[in-house]
Design a protein around this ligand. Structure first.
Ligand SMILES: [Zn+2]
Length: 588
């Protein structure tokens, strides 16, 4: 026996002693502690070795250089996603440790996996119509970066991981731009397994209240109608009611209404944009949830409550697998054919429901540190009251779907990102001039504040113009007959909140490449004015009515340059083009 082998055996023996008797031994979370990265992966290795119904996969790399793991539980021992879907199994995908300082889902998932596999309390019957995919830890780098000082307001667990990953990115803003390897690996796994149901586990601080667990369901209005109705009327109420029967009654995420000073004035549903996990998942017609455990509660209760939610979610998915799969398939079909797409939503502040809220009275008290007044919750004064809950979002702006988009091959990053998301791309087989609709970027604002490594482009407005553009062999076409249409428009339409343009994928078009010098341009400018009497009239009028302009020689040259064919066409022209009507193009 060589030394590596003996170490492996010793490790297995250690792991076995720790993990073989879940539920019987005093588990780490019972001591308000969370497992370390190596222990987490070892736990799943142990489960993989012990149960034929489970497999631990490596599904790509993460920024720290270690693999991203995916643990799959399939009662039929079938680990082929296509075959699983063809047999009408509902895939539930659970993502943990996106913010490793918020770890209850990490510890709960290990316990839940063990109990599902060992059939504790008949739990393995929840696997009759489901297959469970678990990401043990998504932000591996953040999990390895462990300290008692990362989570200032958090007392249990006493030590945990860090929000940023190895590249200092917040991975819960990275699903569209995919700056991290973590995101590129997870997105591919997501599209390979095509889950019907998705859960991402978190911990939140902020206002104090009596609940250990709160829930963010994805904004249901964004889901196509068959899913939206089922989600709103059946799935969400059932999950709240199941949780009500556990020691961990759940409430919607306590997101204060904008402008409010405490939850009494109203709670608003959290708008999960596509850059965040659930917003991303629901863009692909997946029922998506984020649990937010409450930071001030004991870690062991956080773990048990998110465990209870996982059980409720899988139980619902198991019982309702047929309807979940049917509504998703119908939604996918609808997405292929929908002609209109909402590009902007707003919270309806005129419409609220009543929510029974269990909070703590609060008020201003003097800070011992600064002697200034601070808002403080008094846990000795719990209350129950009805508060308004706003969860209706209304479409604010919409766009018509084009027949296709054309993307010159120069824009590799956008193309690669579309491909990683499973978008079908065709290619031109020859050089050809095509009449297209081109967007001119008429107004925009570069943010002066960094947002996850980006100076984003905000407040984008466009005008549309028919133009003949030269395309070349190998340029890309996206035909809009795909079930991913909504995702495609979210990222390719400039005005959408998470468009590739807004995330700086096309920054060079905001710069000019050519200029003029007044002395060299003068004779051409004069000639151009002579040939264009209408422009000359406008120019003279401006000079006559705008004294500043009349004094500024460069402004006058610029005026003529900007109104002449000398101004480069590609400046401020969005380089993804729309074709509105069906057209035969020479494709591969
Ligand atoms: Zn979080």
């Amino acid at each position: 026996m060589n030394s590596t082998k003996s170490i492996l055996l010793l490790t297995s023996a250690f792991i076995f002693s720790v993990f073989s008797s879940f539920g019987q031994i005093n588990l780490r979370y019972e001591k308000n502690e969370t497992l370390k990265y190596d222990e987490i992966i070892e736990a799943y290795r142990y489960l993989d070795k012990t149960w034929e119904e489970a497999k631990l996969f490596e599904v790509g790399l993460t920024d720290i250089g270690k693999p991203l793991h995916l643990f799959v539980i399939s009662k039929d021992k079938d680990f082929d996603p296509e075959s699983i879907h063809s047999r009408k199994k509902c895939v539930v995908f659970i993502n943990n440790g996106i913010h490793p300082g918020e770890p209850p889902g990490i510890d709960a998932s290990i316990q839940f996996s063990e109990d599902l596999l060992s059939g504790k309390d008949g739990l393995n019957s929840l696997l009759d119509h489901t297959v469970i995919c678990i990401v043990p830890v998504y932000n591996v780098g953040g999990c390895l970066n462990r300290s008692p000082y990362h989570r200032t307001n958090q007392d249990t667990p006493p030590e945990s991981g860090f929000r940023g990953n190895a590249k200092h990115l917040d991975l819960n803003r990275d699903f569209i731009k995919m700056d991290s390897k973590n995101a590129r690996s997870l997105v591919q796994a997501f599209h390979e397994w095509k889950p019907e149901v998705f859960l991402d586990t978190h911990v939140t601080n902020g206002s104090d209240h009596q609940y250990v667990i709160t829930l963010i369901p994805t904004i249901y209005q964004r889901l196509p109608e068959p899913m939206s109705r089922f989600f709103r009327e059946k799935m969400i109420p059932d999950l709240f009611s199941q949780m009500h029967k556990t020691p961990y009654e759940m409430i919607p995420y306590v997101n204060w209404l904008k402008g409010g000073s405490n939850p009494d004035q109203g709670i608003a549903a959290y708008y999960d944009a596509p850059r965040v996990s659930t917003g991303f998942a629901s863009t692909f017609n997946t029922y998506a949830f984020m649990t937010e455990n409450h930071v001030y509660k004991e870690f062991r209760d956080q773990v048990k409550s998110v465990y209870a939610f996982m059980k409720a979610l899988v139980s619902f998915s198991n019982i309702n697998s047929e309807e979940i799969i049917r509504t998703k398939n119908e939604a996918d079909e609808q997405s292929k054919h929908a002609k209109q797409f909402t590009s902007k939503w707003k919270l309806d502040r005129t419409h609220s429901e009543s929510l029974l809220f269990k909070g703590y009275e609060g008020g201003m008290v003097k800070s011992q540190l600064t002697e200034q007044m601070l808002y403080h919750y008094d846990r000795n004064r719990p209350y129950e009251k009805e508060v308004p809950f706003y969860r209706q979002f209304l479409p604010e702006e919409s766009l018509t779907k084009p027949e296709m988009y054309l993307i010159p091959q120069a824009w590799e990053k956008a193309i690669r990102h579309l491909q990683l998301n499973g978008v079908k791309l065709e290619r031109l087989v020859k050089d050809i001039e095509i009449e297209v609709n081109a967007y001119h970027l008429s107004s925009y604002q570069f943010s002066t504040r960094l947002n996850n490594g980006h100076f984003r482009v905000n407040d984008i407005q466009t005008t549309k113009e028919q133009q003949k553009i030269q395309f070349y062999k190998g340029d890309y076409i996206v035909i809009m007959n795909q079930k991913l249409n909504r995702f495609i428009m979210e990222v390719l339409e400039p005005v959408c909140g998470d468009s590739y343009l807004s995330w700086n994928f096309f920054n060079p078009v905001f710069e000019r490449r050519e200029y003029f010098s007044p002395s060299g341009f003068e004779s051409k400018a004069l000639k151009y004015l002579d040939e264009n009497p209408e422009l000359k009239k406008q120019f003279e009028k401006k000079k006559g009515t705008d004294p500043e302009f009349a004094k500024n020689s460069y402004a006058q040259f610029s005026y003529i340059y900007n109104h002449s064919p000398y101004l480069e066409k590609s400046y401020l022209r969005y380089p993804v083009y729309r074709i509105e009507e069906k057209q035969d193009l020479p494709l591969e």
